[in-house]
Design a protein around this ligand. Structure first.
Ligand code: PXP
Length: 236
């Protein structure tokens, strides 16, 4: 079964617009779990523009499902992960200026950097995942890092889906097969939504988890959070 991890960054974005505590980010994490989310994802950025480090700590004790923390492995991020010890850490190559993650790691160039970080997290019993484009060379190079999983960046799938979904999914099918051969688990995320999720899940064998934020939180404005989470779960 594919797990749905709900990324709650957008809840923090709305809260931060007024500077108070509405909507309550910890409360939203609890509700998402009650409504059927299999995990909660947060992506604290260096500039703290949505989820803050304090949120990441506050949420920890409320997570009864799977806690996934994404981010660029800066010193600050690594220390926070080692203090919190979430179930999973997803390493993304984002620099401060990007609006949202828009590409995976160059795993050939950064093999030794990633290997060192993966090994430190794994020795603390934290599952690691490396954000990567659906590019066979990049997936093959992931093996040397020793990571438990990859997270396939689904931005190009989502943007090509309406034009030709068979073509859009092809690199992901191949990438997933390569990862499976190396015994590496497969997560996926970015721009997945109610239109493109089902086709993705049907075609990607051995998919462990999808993490979805922007579309899911937006849909919940119309359908309500509980309904929306159930709608997404039905598709996977
Ligand atoms: N995976 C990663 C690494 C991300 O950075 C994000 C966005 O924070 C997501 C998944 C979720 O993408 P979306 O918000 O488009 O669902």
């Amino acid at each position: 079964m594919v797990h749905l991890s709900v990324n709650i960054n957008k809840i923090a974005t709305i809260r931060n617009a007024r500077g108070g505590n509405t909507p309550n980010v910890v409360g939203a994490a609890i509700k998402c779990q009650c409504y059927g989310a299999d995990g909660i994802t947060v992506h604290p950025r260096e500039d703290q523009r949505h989820i803050t480090d304090q949120d990441v700590y506050d949420i920890k004790d409320e997570i009864t499902t799977e806690y996934n923390i994404e981010g660029y492995p800066s010193k600050r991020f690594i220390n926070m992960i080692l203090n919190i010890k979430p179930d999973q850490v997803t390493l993304v190559p984002d620099t401060v200026e990007v609006i949202t993650s828009n590409s995976g790691w160059d795993t050939i160039k950064h093999t030794s950097f990633l290997k060192e970080i993966v090994s430190e997290f794994q020795s603390n019993k934290i599952r690691t995942s490396i954000f990567v484009n659906p590019d066979v060379k990049m997936i093959q190079a992931v093996e040397k890092t020793g990571t438990d999983r990859i997270e396939l960046y689904t931005g190009s799938y989502a943007s090509d889906f309406s034009k030709n979904k068979e073509k859009a999914i092809r690199p992901y099918v191949i990438s997933a097969e390569v990862a499976k051969e190396m015994n590496i688990g497969i997560n996926a995320g970015h721009d997945l939504n109610l239109d493109n999720l089902e086709f993705f899940c049907k075609n990607i064998k051995f998919l462990n988890e999808v993490s979805i934020g922007h579309a899911l939180i937006s849909d919940s404005l119309y359908f309500g959070l509980e309904n929306t989470i159930q709608m997404y779960k039905r598709l996977i």
